[in-house]
Design a protein around this ligand. Structure first.
Ligand code: HEM
Length: 493
């Protein structure tokens, strides 16, 4: 696998796990491990082997190797591993990093020695969006992270809770189908980025906040529009290159104006999340705590705090809510958009996926979550997306690495989205591995399965642009396509 371990973006990587963290949305497929020089030097000193850093391009004064990674950093870093070998040392301004594309090293970083690398590097955006590290994803490896992560795994994302919200997920998929049908009836191209974005956001905000925020729904149009705009603006800021992260003496000048924007956005986000917490507190008071355990906010309000405090602190609750919405939204929707893009480019592969759905489920009923584990073609396709977008292209690991070939994963009885040998790491691995992998996989697979089962698809433009956006791992342009229904009308109602 071509696992790019990249200091600066490791933050974004994990962040795009979070909603403001879109930068490495397919962090999943990507192996980003950040190794601070502190770690490297400290170890070097101990063993008397200071200076034994991996090879890498000679750094320039002040900027280091920043300009040598190119405008699409993960592609630039892949080239560097081709030139310098499986471990490359980079100095990105003051940030020191090691990049690898070798599963053997990935195993060392993410599994065998992951306790050493279990804190994500901080950056400016994380200061603004996590209430000073109160969340899970950016919280340093330690007691707070441990207790928040435990809470997330054993209270919020348990199989029982995920099952509890199944109906909500199905309703969101139905809404998505209705909207696609409406566009198709009026011969309009469908913006699949918006479609998948709304699906993953609404599914998550329903579970987490108790309301849907995109399109029509429980929160009024003005509030929904504001939430959506804030999320997108935060995404954009997280993705943006911020020179102050790498050359700290430039930070006070806020050369891109990002910090000013972050402050403004966070003030508004904070207000919205304050209102959400207040509303749930009020409802719990009125209905009684026993009656109101219907979403994550209610659950968080019912839990005891750290250090024997009676309840979790308000900022901790808000940080976790934002984390969860952010972590699940972008990761899921970008995976789905890439999958549809590759299938539109390879119609014969779309047909394979559809033929299998027809065989397993039939054409007189719609795919359900319980069918997903039997859809090997679909799972192999999503897994191939995790490999190819962004960086699983090491020729020593993959045959024809540049080719989109889901069949490469159809070798056994069952396709798992993750890879035990860490040739790809769609959900990370080790202590900081993704706690929402099961939920995220269901959202992605069900949304795709329904769209492929229920509609014929054709690209809206003659030549599909599958280029990655400058510096990011999202498609440069939102994917647009035409759909036409292929099942009986009653299945769309
Ligand atoms: C297809 C969907 C998803 C993908 C591809 C994905 C991928 C990832 C990856 C690669 C990481 C970093 C792992 C590491 O550092 O080793 C991560 C972390 C995380 N993910 Fe996900 N994720 C997805 C969905 C979700 C969902 C639905 C949630 C929650 C509702 C979630 C919550 C988190 C959290 C809280 C972390 C930080 C964990 C920690 O630092 O301890 N993710 N995710």
């Amino acid at each position: 696998m071509d696992s790019t371990l990249q200091a600066t973006q490791a933050w974004s990587l994990h962040f795009d796990l979070l909603l403001y963290f879109i930068k490495i949305p397919l962090a999943a497929a990507l192996l980003l491990v950040f190794i601070s020089t502190y770690t490297i030097h400290a170890k070097g000193r101990k063993c008397g082997c200071k200076g034994r850093l991996p090879p890498g391009p000679p750094p320039w004064p002040i900027v280091g190797n920043l300009l040598q990674t190119g405008s699409v950093p993960h592609v630039g870093m892949r080239k560097l591993t081709q030139k310098y070998g499986p471990l490359v040392y980079l100095k990105l301004g003051v940030v020191k990093a090691v990049v690898t594309d070798d599963p053997k090293f990935v195993m060392e970083f993410l599994k065998k020695q992951d306790h050493v690398f279990a804190s994500r590097p901080k950056n400016i955006a994380s200061e603004y969006f996590t209430y000073g590290g109160q969340d899970i994803a950016f919280s340093p490896y330690g007691a707070h992270w441990r207790s928040m992560r435990r809470l997330c795994l054993f209270e919020l994302l348990t199989p029982k809770r995920i099952e509890y919200f199944r109906q909500g997920r199905l309703e969101e998929v139905k809404c998505m189908m209705k909207e696609v049908l409406a566009c198709s009836s009026s011969n309009q191209a469908i913006n699949l980025r918006d479609t998948f974005g709304a699906l993953s956001s609404n599914t998550l905000t329903r579970m987490i906040l108790g309301k849907r925020f995109f399109g029509s729904g429980d929160s009024g149009p003005a509030e929904a529009a504001e939430h959506k705009a804030l999320i997108y603006a935060a995404f954009a800021l997280i993705n943006a290159f911020n020179v102050g992260d790498y050359i700290p003496f430039l930070r006070p000048f806020d050369l891109h104006g990002h910090e000013r924007s972050m402050r403004k956005i966070m003030m508004r986000v904070d207000k919205i999340y304050d209102a959400i917490v207040d509303e749930h507190r009020r409802r719990r008071k009125e209905a009684g705590p026993e009656e109101s355990h219907s979403n994550f906010v209610d659950q968080l309000l019912s839990l005891p705090g750290e250090n024997e405090e009676e309840n979790l602190r308000r900022t901790t609750i808000k940080a976790i809510l934002i984390d969860m919405v952010a972590a699940g939204t972008d990761t899921s929707s970008i995976t789905s958009e890439w999958t549809m893009a590759e299938l539109l480019k390879h119609p014969e592969l779309m047909e394979n996926v559809r033929a299998e759905i027809d065989k397993v489920v039939g054409t007189d009923k719609l795919v359900e979550e319980s069918d997903l584990s039997s859809l090997q073609q679909l799972k192999a396709t999503v897994k191939e997306i995790f490999r190819l977008h962004p960086v699983g292209r090491n020729p020593e690991v993959w045959e024809n690495p540049e080719k989109f070939r889901p069949q490469r994963f159809l070798t056994g009885d069952n396709v798992e989205l993750s890879d035990g040998n860490l040739r790809i790491v769609p959900f990370g691995a080790g202590r900081r591995g993704c706690p929402g992998a099961t939920l995220g996989s269901s959202v992605v697979l069900l949304g795709l399965a329904r769209l492929i089962q229920a509609f014929h698809w054709s690209p809206a433009t003659q030549s599909l642009n599958l280029k990655e956006a400058h510096g990011l791992m999202v498609l440069e342009e939102p994917l647009q396509a035409f759909a036409s229904p292929r099942l009986s009308p009653h299945l769309y109602s």
